[in-house]
Design a protein around this ligand. Sequence first.
Ligand code: ZN
Length: 131
Amino acid sequence: MSLPMSRQCGNPGETCGMLTIGASGFCQLHDPQQAAIRSQQARQAARKSHEWKPDPEITAWAETLDFSTVESRAQALTETARLVAQGGLSVGQGQAIAALARAVEPKAKKPTEQPPVFVIETPGSTNGASS
Ligand SMILES: [Zn+2]
């Protein structure tokens, strides 16, 4: 003795053993109408997760980013590090900003590092002195 067909899920090729809901002839899991709704919900969820909504505060801050001078770069990197630490920026975003700041940096020259000047001050030497 089995349940009447109308009460069992009619999912083809699979006996899920679930009872039907309503007049669909399928269980909730296999009801094509439910499946359509589910897949639509899944699509919407996927779209939502791909849709990146930037934080307006971060957007405003990003406008202030300035890599044009050593000082502004240092400032930008400091703020970037702070935002990463605070969770306002992802680590990846922070790394990207840092990499860009480095990219615009001219061949780094420490301000204290002067090119070496060789002046040999030896009496009678002709090096560097005109005689
Ligand atoms: Zn089913």
